[in-house]
Ligand binder design. Structure first.
Ligand code: TEU
Ligand code: CA
Length: 552
């Protein structure tokens, strides 16, 4: 079995993790300062969001030099020290490769603007259509069209995100060669992992780019078959040549079938895939900027379908609730006000005992919550500000728009890490670039590690994955699939079984344990409530999670 199956990854959003020089912005020396804390948690790999040279229009996902450290975050010497010190503590580094698009301030784009034909073919440049329409009707994921005027020419350039993020033409072998060199540059620095940003969008239509007659263009640029060819080529030219590298693709609007192909080890593409369908169960008709209570049955069905589908195809899931683009899951799927510790540990256990690789997003191990900012000025995210404007253009009032922004903004997970109950939660001695959540006096590392509730729960889950091969390598079976408030599953390996019951609501509930497990010898494994035996009827307390181990 692949040697990464017992590993756990911790996502560090450097800008908000720890500020070492008082400018209010987290940096690499701040990460170095906290390596011992991360090693104590027990994680194996640190995914760092981009800290490369960037104008910061999209918090570093608009890169103007892929091989330089932006001075905001420190120096190359700082990075090399970080790699060295992390490895000394048993942790490897995973970098974020934003290869679908570059900043329009990148020298490639600047040379293209200056008329260099070779570099113009690094991007998607197209004339308007005969009727004057933009080259295609595709929409940017940040709102508005996905084409902008290319300098003083009569051409337009494509940007599936912000206009300062120009899509790179992966059909150009020179572009692929340049990007392989970027990956190899960081491999040579000792990097052992890579997260590839929206990598399933690099295909675009290999023929003419045309209007999407069904809608916003997604089907014409998402999961194009040629993506598999480009991933295999990159694998063989870069990380596939270094033993034990771990790679994960962020797959926007993808399918189980494609994620099996992206992550099945025999295909030599990637180690695993992030998919997001489980994080859209509180979207009205698929619309992110909307409000509705999350649909629990949809949530458990998606988790179950992906576990089943990926297992059948020998694909490998990245397991996560949070990242820098999502609101805090504890605020979204549980009740941190009335059941803080129970909510945090329920969510943790629900995914950590599944088949796949768990990702812990900074602050999750403390039960950090959404900030509930008052004013739009408190938000910094470009996507959020575009949405605030567009919601009001659609006729919503300022307060109606703010109610949605407060729940859905990506800034919800970008708030500064809460280290202590001192000013700015010990994140900075300056003014934080984004306001600290005002519950930092109650929720912070110092308190959590001392109290040892959520933090130590995560330590035990991480340890269990290493102690019990069934968690890393066992099969998956969904249980109680119709139950309206409990997501239950079994893991099986060589006759052993782990049963996991996760109750997502505050109303106590009694479930019937499937008969086949009752006549086997079993023991309590881990839970956030009362330790007890496995019985045919199991009453679950509010937000209770409980697991049992059954001998072969
Ligand atoms: O995100 C891709 C992406 O699709 C999300 O931004 C998503 O559109 C948004 O969260 C709504 O669900 C990746 C990065 O994670 C994100 O931070 C970047 O802004 C984006 O790509 C462009 O690089
Ligand atoms: Ca700083």
């Amino acid at each position: 079995m692949s040697n990464f199956h017992d590993k756990v990854v911790y996502q560090v959003y450097p800008k908000s993790f720890k500020d070492s020089n008082g400018d209010g912005i987290g940096d690499l020396r701040g990460v170095i300062e906290k390596l011992a804390y991360l090693a104590d948690l027990g994680v194996d790999m640190l995914w760092l969001n981009p800290f490369f040279t960037s104008p910061q229009n999209d918090n570093g996902y608009d890169i103007s030099n892929y091989k330089e450290i932006d001075p905001l975050f420190g120096t190359m010497a700082d990075f090399e020290e970080l790699v060295h010190k992390a490895e000394a503590l048993g942790m490897e580094i995973m970098l974020d490769m934003v290869l679908n698009h570059s900043s329009t301030e990148h020298e490639w784009f600047q040379k293209a603007l200056a008329g260099d034909k070779e570099y113009q073919d690094y991007y998607y440049l197209r004339p308007a259509q005969e009727n004057g329409d933009l080259p295609t009707n595709w929409e940017s994921k940040f709102g508005g069209p996905s084409w902008s005027k290319f300098g003083q020419t009569d051409l337009y350039y494509m940007h599936l995100f912000d206009p300062t993020q120009a899509d790179l033409n992966w059909h150009n072998p020179k572009v692929r060669e340049e990007l392989h060199q970027v990956v190899n540059f960081w491999l040579n620095k000792g990097v052992k992992g890579f997260r590839f940003d929206v990598i399933n969008l690099i295909g675009k239509s290999t023929t003419e780019l045309v209007d999407d007659l069904t809608g916003n263009g997604k089907p014409l640029y998402t999961d194009q078959p040629i993506v598999h060819d480009y991933l295999k080529e990159m694998n063989q030219a870069t990380f596939g040549r270094v033993a034990d590298t771990v790679t994960v693709g962020e797959m926007s609007s993808t399918t189980i079938e494609n994620c099996v192909l992206y992550s099945n080890p025999t295909r030599e593409e990637l180690s695993m895939a992030f998919s997001f369908h489980h994080l859209k169960v509180d979207y009205v008709d698929g619309e992110k900027w909307s409000l509705m209570p999350f649909d629990f049955l949809a949530l458990k069905n998606i988790l179950n379908d992906w576990q089943t589908g990926m297992s059948e195809g020998d694909g490998w899931n990245a397991l996560f609730w949070n990242n820098h683009d999502q609101p805090r899951a504890i605020s979204r799927f549980a009740d941190p006000v009335n059941y803080h510790s129970e909510s945090a540990t329920l969510l943790a256990q629900t995914i950590h005992l599944l088949r796949g690789t768990p990702y812990i997003y900074q602050g999750e191990e403390l039960g950090m919550t959404n900030p509930d900012y008052e004013a739009i000025e408190d938000f910094m995210d470009i996507e959020t500000h575009n949405a605030y404007r567009e919601l009001q253009e659609k006729g919503l009032s300022e307060s109606e728009a703010m109610a949605i922004i407060r729940e859905k903004s990506r800034d919800n997970n970008r708030t500064p890490m809460q280290w202590t109950d001192e000013e700015h939660a010990g994140f900075t001695t300056g003014t934080p670039w984004l306001k600290v959540v005002d519950n930092y006096r109650e929720i912070n590392v110092a308190k959590e590690v001392a109290k040892g509730s959520i933090f130590s729960y995560y330590q035990r889950l991480i340890q269990l994955r290493k102690e019990l091969p069934i968690i890393a390598n066992g099969s998956y079976e969904g249980l109680l699939l119709e139950h309206p408030s409990v997501y239950a599953y079994a893991r099986h390996l060589d006759g052993e079984t782990v049963l996991v019951f996760n109750h997502f609501y505050a109303e106590p509930v009694t479930i019937q344990v499937p008969e086949e497990y009752l006549n086997r010898s079993s023991r309590y494994l881990i839970g956030n409530g009362q330790e007890r035996e496995l019985t045919s009827s199991l009453t679950l307390a509010p937000y209770e999670t409980i697991a049992f181990y059954l001998d072969a």
